[in-house]
Design a protein. Structure first.
Length: 566
């Protein structure tokens, strides 16, 4: 919404709708001229002051109308995965580019845009065969061009020789000529004396010579060679017959000397083992010191017998020390770098702690770090942290427990002081430390209540008035027997008997019968009279109404001959 200062006489601060501005000349809200530039094919709508399509078309299925270019276009452009398919913008589906002509064994599939076989075999009878979808039959996957001596075998799908000869161990069969040949034939052998043998495929000598010992026949150069050719001195030459070095000139030696065939000189024959530091002088035939005398240090002295500088006194060194013959002292083999809490001991050649601490029973003193360290580091739980001072796991936070619980520093949780023994219908609650019912149900009958001690529904009142008895299943007082009542009766739950629906007030000589629920005549007539139950009145007995002999006698029917009982 735009607020514009107005110069019209009808007021200022006119609020115009969206996309409109207030025109001070026309004194009304008009369309913003900056929004009139629309892209084709859109046109400017003066009513809404927005660019819109001149005509809204109704698009096909899977198409939506684009208000930018005023055209129908596909809502989703699907990617076509097959090479012969293209996306059709009219029906927004993938279609085939061209129809292929299929043979008699094929049928055209518009979904894949290809000719497919009517009967496709997943597995051919021959393992080397593959099913050709172009020919729709099993055959060799490819048929190479065979050479002149080879033929193509349909069973193995390879070019084979019809009659292959049996080649030697070093030979191979040439599949082009179907003949045995060597896998590699050099132009010439390494040694000129050798010739290449096509049967063994190796370079061999044409003949084998017989050589004298110690010489042997060399199959490489086809000659008799020595097994070893030592290096001879300047006064020696190598003899090919004996395969050894011999002197050029053999001279006659003076007494006490003999000719040495190795040095080709006359040497002293005395066999003397000189002490260490001395050398044997062949000219003098005795042990003498070397001509050059070494320079000794201040701690050393020169020994004429050993012809070397020696220490006057040699101390006993430890295993970590070595004796220095130059300084005549025991020195450490290695001098380690000590920490700030350690000093180097030249006697033991080790870094030792400046001060030894007193550790607890759970700790041990580490001579490497000069500190007390825990002997064993236990695995703490998620609620615990390890204290390096006490070498124990301690709780991160101490909980406040109820009166029935105590805090366990091992588990860092509140635990019950005493665990109760619960019934089979109860379970022990570790939070409240009490037995609670596993299932707290709603009692089905009205006179019942749920007892949390027994976890069962129990009756509120168990006493009943006679003759009724207590029914524990329904918590009610029921009658032991329920007889069948008549039409005018109803069953009374209090007395457990059938009672009349309505008790009548009977007249004189009548009493109310609870069995029939009617008034019953109980009047007793005097002798000589009979009772009329319909009217409950006594009338004189007549012979016609007498029913038995007693009534006939009471009516005096026997004394009168004219009166006879019926």
């Amino acid at each position: 919404m735009q607020v514009t200062e107005s110069v019209c006489p009808y007021g200022a601060n006119v609020i115009c709708p969206a996309n409109r501005i207030y025109d001070n000349k026309l004194c009304k809200c008009v369309c913003d001229p900056q929004r009139r530039a629309c892209k084709r094919p859109q046109v400017f709508d003066e009513n809404t002051c927005t660019c819109s399509c001149p005509v809204t078309r109704r698009c096909f299925e899977n198409q939506v109308f684009n208000t930018e270019n005023c055209r129908c276009q596909c809502q989703h452009v699907l990617p076509c995965h097959l090479p012969n398919q293209f996306f059709n913008p009219v029906n927004c589906r993938c279609g085939c580019r061209e129809f292929q002509n299929c043979n008699d064994r094929q049928i055209y599939n518009p979904d894949t845009c290809q000719c497919e076989c009517k009967n496709v075999l997943d597995r051919c009878p021959n393992k080397l065969y593959t099913f050709s979808r172009s020919e729709c039959r099993c055959g060799c996957p490819f048929r190479p061009q065979c050479s002149g001596a080879q033929v193509f075998d349909e069973g193995t799908c390879q070019c084979i020789c019809p009659n292959a000869p049996k080649c030697g161990s070093a030979q191979v069969l040439d599949t082009n000529t179907c003949q045995c040949t060597c896998p590699y034939i050099p132009d010439r052998c390494f040694f000129d004396e050798q010739r290449f043998d096509l049967n063994t495929c190796q370079c061999r000598c044409p003949r084998t010579l017989t050589c004298n010992t110690p010489r042997y026949f060399d199959p490489n150069n086809c000659r008799c060679n020595c097994p070893h050719r030592p290096e001879c001195t300047d006064n020696q030459v190598f003899d090919e017959e004996s395969c050894s070095c011999v002197c050029r000139n053999v001279t006659q030696c003076r007494p006490l000397h003999s000719f040495n065939s190795q040095s080709c000189q006359c040497e002293c024959t005395a066999d003397v083992l000189c002490p260490k530091g001395q050398i044997f002088d062949r000219n003098q035939c005795r042990c003498v010191c070397p001509p050059h005398r070494p320079v000794c240090t201040r701690a050393q002295i020169y020994d004429i017998n050993k012809c070397s500088c020696v220490c006057p006194n040699k101390p006993t060194c430890s295993s970590a020390q070595t004796f220095n013959t130059q300084t005549c002292k025991c020195e450490c083999l290695h001098r380690p770098t000590c920490s700030r809490l350690q000093t180097f001991n030249a006697q033991t050649c080790q870094c030792e702690c400046t001060r030894r601490l007193t550790c607890s029973r759970l700790q041990t003193f580490n001579a490497q770090t000069c500190q007390c360290e825990c002997i064993r580091r236990p695995t703490c739980s998620s609620l615990q942290t390890f204290n390096a001072q006490t070498c124990q796991c301690e709780c991160t936070r101490r909980l406040t427990c109820s009166r029935l619980q105590t805090f366990n520093p091992q588990t860092c949780q509140c635990e019950c002081t005493r665990r109760l023994t619960c019934s089979r219908l109860q379970t022990f609650n570790a939070q409240t430390c009490q037995c609670e019912c596993i299932h707290a149900t709603q009692c089905p009958f009205r006179g019942q209540f749920f007892n949390p001690i027994t976890c069962q529904c129990e009756c509120t009142n168990t006493k009943c008035a006679s003759p009724r008895v207590f029914n524990p299943a329904e918590c009610s007082c029921d009658c032991p027997h329920r007889p069948t009542c008549g039409d005018n009766q109803v069953f009374d739950e209090d007395s457990c008997s059938c009672v009349c629906k309505k008790v009548l007030t009977c007249p004189n000589f009548y009493t109310f019968d609870n069995t029939t629920c009617q008034c019953r005549c109980d009047r007793v007539c005097p002798p000589g009279q009979q009772l009329l139950r319909d009217s409950c009145t006594c009338v004189a007995m007549t012979c016609s109404t007498a029913k038995d002999k007693d009534q006939c006698a009471a009516a005096k029917c026997d004394s009168d001959p004219n009166k006879k009982c019926l």
